[in-house]
Ligand binder design. Structure first.
Ligand SMILES: NC(=O)c1ccc[n+]([C@@H]2O[C@H](COP(=O)([O-])OP(=O)(O)OC[C@H]3O[C@@H](n4cnc5c(N)ncnc54)[C@H](O)[C@@H]3O)[C@@H](O)[C@H]2O)c1
Length: 266
């Protein structure tokens, strides 16, 4: 079961899981687009707004009825850019409702089934922005930090309660060339997404498919970027001082991607 699977990473993820032998249920806010995405992958799709807790529970129950719920991927997410004071309250709320509360809804809906059946795996798509503050993507980064804390805390609670067969993993990728970033090559607020390795959705999906088979609490992609941002996160004064340098590196990354004509990296 994959949320936000109509396009971008979610669609690639569903395809990678399908290729790996999983029967995949694709869900998304956009019912038509997700049905189209599902057609070559077994044709199983449902419209689902992850902000709807009862709808998440209904999808989990349906998947369980079709032979057990092995894997639930909370992938749906939205990005807003600009300084934290630039957004109105409704925008801030929407980001947290989709990225944090939506993934909590999905995690808890899946865990209700998985705790009862004694096995299962929730894979939460976080971001490097869940590991370090991301200037220009501040509200997004806050929503992803909350998701990481929720996921790891839930995993620890599962172990404390004796659920050894139920896993929670977090995938923290660098920037991915998906519709989330396609129209942000001129957006200075999105520069941090272009400071490292711009990944293809297929590369991230392949890592996610491996993670699906072998759960790990936190996986960064690429690994060196995870180590880099975690180190910087321990030095907040340095990180804040480096903001202009980081922004300049990001804008160079945006220019590079524009010169490439927005093409996928090999
Ligand atoms: N693109 C990146 O640079 C990047 C980097 C790291 C992590 N991520 C994360 O990867 C995940 C996928 O992002 P993407 O890049 O494919 O974005 P995307 O915008 O290309 O796709 C997001 C999908 O989520 C769906 N969606 C939005 N709100 C929803 C809701 N309320 N309920 C259900 N579906 C909803 C959209 O319809 C869309 O199909 C997100 O969680 C994102 O935060 C993205």
């Amino acid at each position: 079961m994959v949320t936000g699977a109509a396009g971008g990473l979610g669609r690639a993820l569903a395809a990678a899981l399908h290729a790996d032998g999983w029967p995949v249920l694709l869900t998304d806010l956009d019912a038509t687009a997700v049905a189209e995405a599902a057609a070559p992958l077994g044709g199983w799709s449902r419209p689902l707004d992850v902000r709807d807790e009862a709808a998440c529970a209904a999808v989990a129950a349906e998947a369980a009825d079709r032979g057990g719920l092995g894997l639930w991927v909370n992938n749906a997410g939205i990005l807003v850019t600009g300084p934290s004071w630039a957004h109105d309250a409704a925008t801030r709320r929407r980001v947290v409702e989709v990225n944090t509360l939506g993934a909590m809804n999905g995690t808890l809906a899946a865990l209700a089934v998985m705790r009862a059946q004694g096995h299962g795996h929730v894979l939460n798509v976080v971001s490097l922005a869940g590991l370090i503050a991301a200037p220009g993507e501040t509200v997004y980064a806050a929503s992803k930090h909350a998701l990481l804390a929720f996921s790891l805390g839930t995993l620890a609670d599962l172990r404390a309660a004796g659920h050894r067969g139920v896993h929670v993993s977090c995938l923290c990728p660098d920037g991915i060339w998906t519709p989330m970033l396609h129209d942000r090559l001129d957006d200075p607020g999105a520069a941090v997404s272009f400071t490292g390795t711009l990944l293809t959705p297929e590369r991230v999906a392949a890592r996610a498919a491996r993670l699906a088979r072998r759960p790990r609490p936190v996986v960064s992609l690429p690994r060196w970027r995870g180590a880099q941002v975690r180190l910087l996160d321990t030095l907040p004064r340095l990180a804040v001082g480096l903001t202009p340098v980081i922004a300049a590196v990001g804008r160079a990354g945006q220019r590079r991607q524009r010169r490439r004509g927005g093409a996928e990296r090999p």
